[in-house]
Write a protein that binds this ligand. Sequence first.
Ligand SMILES: [Zn+2]
Length: 189
Amino acid sequence: MKFDREEMRLETCYHEAAHAVLNHLNGFIVRRVYVTEKLNAMCVTAEPRIPYPWQAFALACSLLAGEYAVDRQCEQPPRTLTFEKFVAEAEVTWESYECGDPEREDDFVRCLEMLCIAAPSGIYGTLEECYRLACEAAEHEVEVWWEEIVAVAEQLMEAKYLDGAEVVMTIESAWGDGRQDEIENKEER
Ligand SMILES: [Zn+2]
């Protein structure tokens, strides 16, 4: 039982770390990220009140990236919901809000809201195409920024709370180690 809880804590940390890393790298200011004893967790980011379509698309990707990071950490193939399932999940969560249950994970609702801002721009196709593009982009970004996500997740496991500056420092230190090696290896070749 204890093991399960630790496993869940680890997954939660990876989920929130993915939000934090992608939001930061997409130019949003991450205020704090935390996970409590009861595994309530959140990445608090300063977001524009009315995002531009490309900002909405980036935020949708970040919201989807949480679970992709968990999949990758568990060495599972990434699970992508069909568009119909995704919308259905968002609706279930929305209904539970209406019934006054604010505790539920709201990533799907937020993501759908963001996609509804991004899609009408015409840049990303229909709402469904926009969703698929966001899934692909999120999966790709988790892959590209994996070292940074691991660094933030590990730091969060230990500290349980990181403020914005600590998030940035952790991301940049991962960049320092990993990316620097990569660059040096390339130069040697
Ligand atoms: Zn989330």
